[in-house]
Write a protein that binds this ligand. Sequence first.
Ligand code: FE2
Length: 423
Amino acid sequence: MIMKKTKYFPVMTDDLKVNTILDFDIFMQTNNNIVLFRKGNHPFTEETLDNLAEHKVRTIFISEDEKEKFEKYYRTLHDSTNIGVSMKGCEAPFDNPENIEKYYKSHFNYYPIEKSNLLPGSKVDFNVYKKLDIDVELYFSPHNENDLSDIVPEDVHSSPFPIVIHNDEIPLYKEYIKNISVEYAKKDGYPLESQYSIIRENSKFIIKDILNDPRSGEVTQKASELVETLISSILDNQTNFYSLLKITTHDYYTYTHSLNVCSMSIGLGTQLKLKRDPDLIELGLGALLHDVGKCSIEPRILNKPGKLTEDEYKNVQNHVLASKELLEDSNIQIPQKSTITIMQHHEKLSGNGYPNKLRGNQVHLYGRIGAIVDFYDALTTERPYKKAYSPFEAFQLLSEVKEDYDQQLIKKFIVMLGTQGSR
Ligand SMILES: [Fe+2]
């Protein structure tokens, strides 16, 4: 008798809702085996989720035979009729020019900061704002005019709003971060999460500076040091580097995107057992600077809250060639192979990418890695006018366009993100 081999597909635990009945079996991966974790027709409870989180499991598996049941469950939850390819709804009223102006103002003048770096009870000498959809609202402040305090509130970490500061006050915030890290370092058992939160914030400062002034003579050194730090942070914590390093924002910024693409590329390179020197360094530098040419695009186009016109889209696509020109006539000195990620992260194996419409093997491994992580980060990043795709939807999309992306790498990428802890 020939036994049929069961196939499974991965699902992020984030895509399951607590207190719903799952009418399909769920499986877990242990070493190289897929084992039954729970039979179907049982409620998925907080306890189940905690149990999975305790084992650092963020991906479970479902049998292909029960795919239809899962898709029905997923559709009911997300009220979407077309998993993976649905356009996410518009949330803010961006049909009003006044609102667009407000949005641009809040986007360009304010800088998103990590709540976890604000120490409850400490004093600040800069204003801290809540970021609303298209505007900001003062949250706490050293200027006591509105009876606001300069003390960081106890519940700041659970505030539902993203937090921002004015660009002019970034130096004050940098100083605050420096002092906080000294404070933390004095404590016994400096928590890993706090250490990485400081690494993320300092990395953001560096890449923001690089992208603001890519022609500055310091770019090569700053970028190299940052990539070394990120590689060490990833190699030190391979099982949860992504949850520790991923920067989550309410909006798109080239500097946060560049950092996420860099850490995911190094992570994927590590999975592929690439050498630290020179492979991960070359790959990391290229990934960090992959969108450096975006500094030549009109910021209002790059951050437009809505669909681009055809001309605007062409302008955005031009960032790859703009990066090439910038590298040719600036002081940036990176290994020749780092330019591959920069030049090829929008190429597709089908030949439908840009700028050179490369096909199949013409796209180098570094280009293939860049293309996958760039697309994944863009999909899973929220914008004020568009909800982010869940990891599951993003994987689904990447797997659906089989002819465009390297499916072997996508499998590795899914496994890599699936084994990462959550924060
Ligand atoms: Fe790009």
